[in-house]
Design a protein. Structure first.
Length: 376
C-alpha cells in the first residue's frame, strides 16, 4: 500500500541555499572525470545521455568514444544506414535507443540544419527524448535552468525528504519533480544537476548509502530519522521468466555457417543469429537428445524448410535479459538436402565464412555463441 505523500513541501524542509552550496562544492572537487563532462558540444552530450539510459557508466565508457569516432557529427549519424548504427551499439542492449538516435539525427538534419535545438518544446519532439533527457541536455549543454529526475536523483531527493512509499506513483513523482525544480539554480544548473546524479551514483547508494561522505548529510531527513536504508521502498518484481533455448550451428560443404535474419521482433528486427528456437513451456523436462533432435528437426523444417540432423551438443550457457533467464544449448547440426527457396516463413538467410561472422549484427546472446565458437 502506497503511503500518502507528506504535506510538507521541499520549500519547508530543505534550506535551498545551503543545499546548493554544499552540493556544488562537493561535485566540483569529487566528480568523476567522465569524457562527456569534458565537452560542451550538445551532440556529444545528447549521445551520452541516450547511452546512459538504463545502462551503467562503466558499460557506456566502453562504447562512447568508438561510437563518436564512427559518427562524429549529426550529419554523419543521419547519413549512416541504421544497420551500421546498430552494429556500433551491439552489446549495450535496449536497441530502440539506437534506432531513436538515428531517427532523431535525420529529423535534426532535415528540420534543424543538423543542430541540437535549445528549446524545450523542440527537443521533446525528438524520438527517445523524454522529460529527464530534455532537461539534462538543456541544462548541461546549454546552461538552461531545467530540473532532472532520474533514478539516482529520485533516491537522493526521497531520502532528503524522507519520502516513503512507491516513488513511481504519480503523487510522489509530482513531489520529486517539484523539489528538483525548486532546488536547481539559475547559475550553474549543469554542475548542480550533474552533482545530484553523481551523489546518487557514488554516495547515496541504493542498499548501503555512504552517509558519512555525503555533503548534504546534515540536511537529510531520512538520515535524521534512521530511515536511509528503508528509502526508497524496494519495488516488487515478479519471478524471472525461465526460457529454454536451442541454437544450432549448421555448416555447408564449403564450411560456411548458416545465419538467419530476424523479421518479426520489434527490438531486434534485422539482427542476424544462428538458427535458434525456444522450447514450449512444459517441455523443459524432455531434454534427452532424442527429443531435442526431433524438436529441432520439426522447427527447422517449419521455419527454413531444411531437413536437419542434430549431431552433438557443443556447449551451453546462461543468459539474462531484464526479467528473463535464458538457458541456451548450442548444437552442431547437418542438413540433408538444400533449404527450400524461398523459405516457408520467408526468413532471410546467408551462408557466411567463419572469418566474416564478426561483420554481422548480432545480439549479445549470439555474440556469446560466436565467442565460444571461435575458442573451440
Amino acid at each position: 500500500m502506497v503511503k500518502s505523500p507528506p504535506k510538507t513541501s521541499a520549500r519547508e524542509l530543505i534550506p535551498k541555499l545551503s543545499f546548493r552550496r554544499e552540493l556544488l562544492r562537493w561535485f566540483r572537487k569529487q566528480h568523476r572525470n567522465l569524457p562527456w563532462r569534458r565537452t560542451h558540444d550538445p551532440y556529444r552530450i545528447w549521445v551520452s545521455e541516450i547511452m546512459l539510459q538504463q545502462t551503467q557508466v562503466v558499460t557506456v565508457l566502453r562504447y562512447y568514444k568508438d561510437f563518436l569516432r564512427e559518427f562524429p557529427t549529426v550529419h554523419r549519424l543521419a547519413a549512416a544506414p541504421v544497420s551500421r548504427v546498430l552494429a556500433h551499439w551491439a552489446g549495450m542492449g535496449y536497441y530502440s535507443r539506437a534506432r531513436n538516435l538515428h531517427r532523431a539525427a535525420r529529423i535534426l538534419v532535415n528540420e534543424f540544419k543538423g543542430k541540437i535545438p535549445n528549446r524545450y518544446e523542440d527537443i521533446r519532439k525528438l524520438p527517445g527524448i523524454g522529460r529527464y533527457t530534455a532537461g539534462a541536455i538543456l541544462s548541461i549543454a546549454f546552461g538552461q535552468r531545467y530540473p532532472v529526475v532520474d533514478g539516482n536523483v529520485e533516491r537522493v531527493l526521497a531520502r532528503i525528504l524522507a519520502l516513503q512509499g512507491d516513488l513511481h506513483s504519480q503523487p510522489h513523482q509530482k513531489i520529486l519533480w517539484a523539489a528538483a525544480d525548486w532546488l536547481v539554480p539559475g547559475r550553474s544548473p549543469s554542475d548542480f544537476n550533474q552533482g545530484l546524479m553523481e551523489l546518487g551514483a557514488t554516495v547515496c547508494l541504493p542498499r548501503q548509502p555512504q552517509c558519512g561522505c555525503c555533503p548534504v548529510e546534515s540536511l537529510c531527513d531520512a538520515r535524521r530519522r534512521n530511515l536511509e536504508t528503508r528509502i526508497p521502498q524496494p519495488r516488487r518484481v515478479g519471478s524471472p521468466q525461465k526460457i529454454q533455448r536451442l541454437a544450432v550451428i549448421i555448416r555447408d560443404r564449403r564450411n560456411r555457417i548458416l545465419l538467419v535474419q530476424r523479421r518479426d521482433e520489434r527490438l531486434m528486427r534485422d539482427f542476424w543469429e544462428f538458427p535458434q528456437f525456444d522450447l514450449p513451456r512444459g517441455s523443459e523436462r524432455r531434454q534427452e537428445m532424442r527429443h531435442v533432435s526431433m524438436f529441432l528437426a520439426r522447427a527447422m523444417q517449419r521455419r527454413l524448410g531444411g531437413n536437419l540432423s542434430v549431431e552433438r551438443l557443443l556447449f551451453h550457457f546462461h543468459h539474462s535479459i531484464t526479467f528473463r533467464r535464458i538457458d541456451v544449448r548450442v548444437f552442431e547440426g547437418r542438413l540433408t538436402g538444400d533449404l527450400m527457396a524461398p523459405c516457408p516463413e520467408d526468413v532471410p538467410i546467408r551462408w557466411v565464412p567463419a572469418n566474416r561472422l564478426r561483420k554481422y549484427l548480432f545480439d549479445s546472446a549470439s555474440l556469446k555463441i560466436l565467442a565460444a565458437l571461435q575458442k573451440s
